[in-house]
Design a protein around this ligand. Structure first.
Ligand SMILES: Nc1ncnc2c1ncn2[C@@H]1O[C@H](COP(=O)(O)OP(=O)(O)OP(=O)(O)O)[C@@H](O)[C@H]1O
Ligand SMILES: Nc1ncnc2c1ncn2[C@@H]1O[C@H](COP(=O)(O)OP(=O)(O)OP(=O)(O)O)[C@@H](O)[C@H]1O
Ligand SMILES: [Mg+2]
Ligand SMILES: [Mg+2]
Lengths: 261, 261
């Protein structure tokens, strides 16, 4: 039951698109999968077609319950929603932006998500967590709760700049809180082979991360950005598209190299 | 001397690209312009070609000085760097991610940036502030210090989702801290006319914001993403490109409608 955090503080690099299509892809391969939306924007929640106004509990409620009572047994289970993709999800809504205030005074404020997940870990083959574009308390909670980090990386110049900060944060969490934490994969996204700079950034990322860079590169593909407007992952809505095919290939790469089953 | 915050918590929508090209464009039109980089990623600093390892002070130092001594007269001036574009800039480096901790216990923690800027406001015709992709304390400082908010908006489905949260935050800052705060412009970015969804999002944004939506739409253009690797704004490095032309048109629209001079 590996727990993967999809983390990169650079904005708009494809974290949510990767989290939604990876989780849905794992579920389609028969893995019992949970997707946790830990971004107050709640894009992963929308991308899975969950109606935010109809959910009974969200990740914010899970945090609030655990701050009140560290033993609240079913805090996370109460927020789990079953989606059409044979996938479970913990939704996020705008109230999650109040999480930092709720967590700030809790003892062990960086470990609430780890504690929330521990009662349900054995029920899943995979747990995927979508992070917001920052390295604040929510993201530290994700890094503390995860076994592995998957870093989506746009093939753009500005995206290279934030890497050292991300690695530094992961190192500190690894040293102080979660000794097993490792970057397992770097996934290049929105790649346009005609773009000279994209190819240059790819070479730099491969020099930096070596074998951690996924063999699968996700191309820029309109269908990936259209799918969320239908509330479905692209691999379900546009299975013939290049973007969906690339994510399916990535899912198979992940299962063959790190498969839980 | 209008102060404009370039704000949108959705990641990767073109905040930095807009801040850099707008500020450089205003400077080329003869306006005395200051660009403040308030994002710990420091992309605007890099995009202007400023060597982060060589700066004597950053926005973090400005905050630290003012927390120590609210009357520190030259806190901001000490951090100002002159760039080749006839533009002044206050750089940001990774240490800015520690700003929330520094500000957290200061009295009036949301007003440090406003106070930092007040001694220099009269020396500039325009002050442009680049925000990080979040609605935390740094962004609230920016909203409290700004007269107007410019919202770059990617023509994508997920980008629509965050708008209500952004508007809510602006409303609260306006009511409690900064009564003059208004959204002055919504700038559509990375627009691809062949993309059906892009055009659909454009219509929805125009329905929502009406005349605030800029007549200038920034096209998706490779030169805009290549320019930062040369440390220059696209309007300087690739003046013939479609992306640069669109930003120059936007600068002229801003000057004709809201010109300081
Ligand atoms: N390979 C791709 N090709 C085309 N568009 C894409 C691709 N991947 C993602 N997108 C679109 O680009 C935008 C940014 O992607 P996404 O929202 O997944 O990034 P993110 O890292 O989660 O952003 P944030 O930092 O705001 O959380 C979205 O509108 C998404 O639909
Ligand atoms: N019109 C455009 N056409 C093509 N690429 C663009 C355009 N505008 C910006 N880019 C590129 O897209 C990426 C995201 O833009 P940018 O970094 O300016 O967004 P941002 O909102 O500042 O991101 P963040 O949320 O991380 O601060 C960058 O790599 C940038 O070079
Ligand atoms: Mg996201
Ligand atoms: Mg930026």
């Amino acid at each position: 039951m590996p727990v993967w955090g999809i983390v990169n503080q650079k904005g708009g690099v494809g974290k949510t698109t990767t989290a939604v299509n990876l989780a849905a892809g794992l579920a389609r391969r028969g893995c019992r999968t949970l997707l946790v939306d830990a971004d107050p924007q709640g894009n992963a929640t929308t991308g899975l077609g969950i109606d935010k106004t109809a959910v009974s509990a969200t990740l914010y409620d899970v945090f609030a319950a655990l701050v009140d009572d560290p033993d609240a047994p079913d805090a996370l289970r109460k927020a789990v929603v079953r989606t059409p993709e044979n996938l479970d999800a913990v939704p996020a809504t705008l109230d999650l932006s109040g999480a930092e205030a709720v967590l700030m005074n809790a003892v062990g404020k960086e470990l609430l998500l780890r504690d929330a997940l521990s009662p349900v870990r054995d029920e899943y083959d995979w747990i995927i967590i979508d992070a917001p574009p920052s390295l604040g308390l929510l993201t530290v909670n994700i890094l503390a709760a995860s076994d592995r980090v998957l870093v989506p990386m746009q093939c753009e110049f500005y995206a290279l700049e934030g890497l050292s900060q991300l690695i530094k944060t992961i190192e500190v969490v690894k040293r102080r809180i979660n000794p097993d934490l490792e970057i397992v994969k770097v996934l290049l996204t929105m790649h346009d082979p005609r773009n000279r700079l994209n190819n240059q950034v790819v070479r730099e990322v491969e020099d930096y991360f070596g074998p951690k860079v996924s063999r699968t590169v996700i191309p820029r593909n309109i269908r990936l950005s259209e799918a969320p407007s239908f509330g479905e992952p692209a691999i379900a809505r546009f299975p013939e598209s290049k973007g969906a095919a690339a994510y399916v290939k990535f899912v198979d790469e992940v299962l063959s190299e790190c498969g839980a089953r």
